[in-house]
Design a protein around this ligand. Structure first.
Ligand code: SAM
Length: 236
């Protein structure tokens, strides 16, 4: 039987899954994460959910192709809705927007009550996700950047109280967690450039909504510039 090979992004996510009693992959699509876990010694139960039929069919097909169909329980459902009451200690939600990830967690407060280990990989709006985690009783435990034809962010979190974020840290993660990442400086430069352009665009606009956003965006830019000039390295 052949072994599934993962992309750099998916491999970095899958390698963060600790062995345990149950792991759920939400929005599994192709099903690569649970199939890889089954093939690589995960000992607990594996769950895969998707809100759409076609991706779930694809996931079942991947499992069959790699001889793991008996190892994974599949659910057609929104987020974690079909998994309440199951013995799950790790939840993976990857490849969706940060707002969608936060909504899925909001609808499943048991993930916090049961101190589940969360592995989250937002494709956008990671600042929204960090803010939501901070306001909803989760502590971010690690931050990681992965280069896979673009830079991807991977966060892990669990129930707990976190330290407050600066505007820049909402975008990139707590400096103490991310500053030693090999891609940190590149990501910080990208974000500074992006927010700098937003400030220029908003400054040139005459619309009242633009003026309202300008103050916040300028504050974020200043915060990013401060972080950059601080030369913060994890452990400082
Ligand atoms: C871009 S794919 C990501 C697949 C995989 N997790 C990855 O990271 O490569 C997003 C998948 O999430 C599913 N999805 C989106 N919102 C969802 C929700 N609320 N609950 C479950 N699945 C969802 C979509 O149907 C799609 O299959």
């Amino acid at each position: 039987m052949s072994l599934l090979r993962l992309s750099a992004r998916l491999k970095a996510i899958a390698e963060l899954v600790p062995d345990g009693i149950g792991a759920a992959d939400v929005g599994t699509d192709h099903g690569y994460i649970p199939v890889w876990l089954a093939q690589n010694g995960y000992g607990g139960k594996l769950y895969a959910t998707d809100i759409n039929k076609e991706p779930l069919r694809h996931a079942k097909q991947t499992a069959a192709e790699y001889g793991q169909d008996g190892r994974i329980e599949f659910h057609l459902c929104d987020g974690l809705s079909a998994l309440k009451g199951k013995n799950i200690d790790t939840v993976v939600i990857a490849g969706m927007g940060g707002e969608n990830i936060a909504s899925i967690l909001e609808a499943a407060p048991w993930t916090r009550e049961n101190s589940c280990f969360l592995i989250l990989q937002p494709m956008s709006k990671s600042a929204h996700l960090r803010k939501w985690l901070y306001n909803n009783g989760f502590r971010v435990l690690s931050e990681q950047l992965v280069d896979d034809s673009g830079i991807y962010e991977i966060l892990t979190a669990s129930a707990g109280t976190d330290e407050p974020y600066s505007p820049a840290e909402l975008l990139i993660g707590h400096a103490r967690l991310i500053a030693s990442d090999p891609l940190y400086e590149k990501r910080l430069a990208q974000l500074t450039d992006k927010i700098g352009k937003e400030v220029s665009g908003l400054s040139a606009s005459l619309k009242s909504e633009a003026l309202e956003r300008l103050t916040d965006t300028k504050e974020t830019l200043l915060s990013l510039q401060k972080l950059k000039s601080s030369g913060f390295k994890a452990g400082d």
